[in-house]
Design a protein. Structure first.
Length: 86
């Protein structure tokens, strides 16, 4: 049954809303790894088994990694635009 708002659907936030609500570099600071260095997957897995804030951050990082295409990092290797016909 619907609530007073009359809106149906899921109560979960969209992924973009969750991504916008986190602090960039939070897991890096919690683990003591400089921002800009990649966190090894094994270290994320170990942190995910911990309770509290560090565990939550690590589990969220594991979830976000599933959405990233395989073999791709979040950064572009070249800063120049792609070559093409003009």
């Amino acid at each position: 049954m619907r609530g007073k708002s009359g809106k149906g659907g899921s109560a979960a936030k969209p992924l973009t809303a969750v991504a916008n609500s986190i602090q960039p570099g939070g897991l890096h600071r919690s683990l003591g790894i400089p921002i800009g260095q990649k966190i090894p997957p094994g270290q994320i897995a170990a942190a995910a088994s911990k309770p509290g804030k560090v565990g939550k951050q690590a589990r969220l990082a594991q979830t976000f990694a599933k959405f990233r295409p395989k073999g791709k990092s979040g950064k572009s290797k070249s800063s120049s635009p792609p070559k093409g016909k003009m």
